[in-house]
Ligand binder design. Sequence first.
Ligand code: GLN
Ligand code: ZN
Length: 763
Amino acid sequence: MTTTHILGYPRIGPQRELKFALENFWQGKSSASELQATAAQLRAANWAKQRDAGLRFAAVGDFALYDHLLDTAALLGALPARFGFDARTLGLEQYFALARGNAAQPAMEMTKWFDTNYHYLVPELDSASTFDGGFDALFDRVREAQEAGHAPKPVLIGPLTFLWLSKSHQPGFDRLSLAPALSRAYARVLARLAELGVEWVQLDEPALTLDLDTSWRDLLPTLYAALPAQAGALRPKLLLSTYFESISFAPATLAGLPVDGVHFDLVRAPQQIDLWREALPPQWVLSAGIIDGRNVWRSDLAAALRVLRPLHAALGERLWIAPSCSLLHVPVSLAAEHGAGARLNPEVRPWLAFAEEKLEELRVLATALDQGEDAVRDALRANAEALASRRNCPRVTLPQVRRRVEALSEADARRSAPYAQRIAAQHARLNLPPLPTTTIGSFPQTAEIRAARAAWRRGELRHTDYLQKMREEIAAVIRKQEDIDLDVLVHGEAERNDMVEFFGEQLWGYTFSAGGWVQSYGSRCVKPPIIWGDVWRPEPMTVDTARHAQALTPRPVKGMLTGPITLLQWSFVRDDLPRDQVALQLALAVRDEVSDLQNAGIAIIQIDEPAFREGLPLKRDNWPQYLSWAVRAFGVSAGVARDDTQIHTHMCYSEFNDILPSIAAMDADVITIETSRSNMELLDGFGAFAYPNDIGPGVYDIHSPRVPSAADMARLLRRAAQLIAPERLWVNPDCGLKTRAWPETEAALRHMVQAARDLRHEL
Ligand code: GLN
Ligand code: ZN
């Protein structure tokens, strides 16, 4: 029988049960045992779903109360030394202290898991890291699954990926030197799993798909050689699992590793199967990741069977089938998208498959391979019909959008005059002081704003009353900014729940789920919109609000838009059109908005692109292509602006140094970036590169309620002025202020304005 399995399942629960259980526990509203009971129920339910879908194994270790990288570090006994915790006796309070910080220590650093929107906690290693025994939870989970009658397949981050993703802050220390001790720790864990009767362990090694340098490449055989061989000490069979890209190692290199099978992502990198068909070692299993674990579309089962049948014929029982990667990255179930409260476009719903539905797809594929297609005739027919209805839906393709994209010229993607000429026209029109002060767009989303929006969504507040409330809020923030004496104002984004959803709701081609939550980190989830058809802007989206805000003050108020790459990156994107084409469609929608705003008299328009860097492909070879279309899409959005319309963009949480030519090619008149946490270090690159246009390096960190002094900010500005010509410098916070409260916001902005005034005298 064909083995079906998954690399991991969403842990948050169909109704975000884990999120609420965590938050109640953190707020002291529930006990540790209540939290653990919820977690156990979620695991039991996830395993039952896997069994019901006929999967051979129940994935264990994919569940984590906060993060599975943290769990792996705890299992290995490699906790950050600065906390002073013993991994062997790690309690719940300590576990969450690592994840969220405590009075003595800031939390472990958090960063994005490869090119996903999941954030893991970065393990911290130093020369004293010993890996000499850790937290036993994984073994308990194995027993828990066995007691419930499942065959557990533990899922662990593999040693190479673990080491690669770790960091060391110890000067002169090379974490590669920890490889031998790390391998021994893995060997011990594997031996214990074997004692528990575990047959297979999945070692996740997505780092094998990156461009690793020689020292890292050479490390792979070393790390694995130390894992006891099957014949010697007790050890389960090992499935080396890779995903998100093609493996960067030749089959012959991997073939020498003491593992028993390999998993490929055949959605992102289907071509690699040709290489491996011949080269697969004779005893290995091949796990084909044939169902998209990164997106929400129903699989084309007939196409999948065309790939799988020859593999099945050649490999027999050695063929396993699975989703391409862990299902952590897709929502749990479409069940919430029916009936009362459903928001999803009903025409689109049959085209989708969330995690639960993907399990069913696996079952159908395996049955078709083992028993022939007749055994699942109805399911295959339903699948083909859903796909045909998507393909033939006349609302997916809009000829007027296709024609506009095709007709785009190089000139459309550029401003008509160079920066020097534009900035002169803008100075003449805007008449701003040197070191102009501004903010990034959002002001605190108060409880009142949120309550009004919730009431409006429930239909309890009339639409016009809601608009009136938002207008009053805008008037209040305009008055506040005038009082603080900022130079360039914003309307505050009170009317926006989310910077993508707000625009998506006003565009053709988007739909929204009611419960399609995906874990971002810890208890935080996001609900990405779904782009299913050609994108088209039927009418202005922000012009009325911008006009209202501008009418309240003689100072310029920035029009505020989300850029095409961020609209793309933070959505589930259709898989029937190349991403660059979707980006251009989005760019045209933004372009039309820019045009309408400037015709309404708005002199400054900000096109936010915080996700610009996130879109970079995992392999460097693919960077130039992405950067070229991403820059073009931004250019199309901004290109319609007249010389004296000032285009701003904003990016945050980014390293920029390796993509500065592309940032410069975007040619925004002003870019605001996050720099305060790096003490302006991020700006060094802009200085060295001689970045040509205006820059606003953030002078204070908006992630903390701390109010920096005017002197703190003046010090950062002085540093900035050494790197960037002062006449091209702006003064602003790192990012939007929507998560802050008013008292600290107002105090910090007053200090910021003071710092700008002080510097104007000095420079
Ligand atoms: N304009 C947005 C805001 O101020 C930008 C948010 C972001 O960069 N993520 O909230
Ligand atoms: Zn930002």
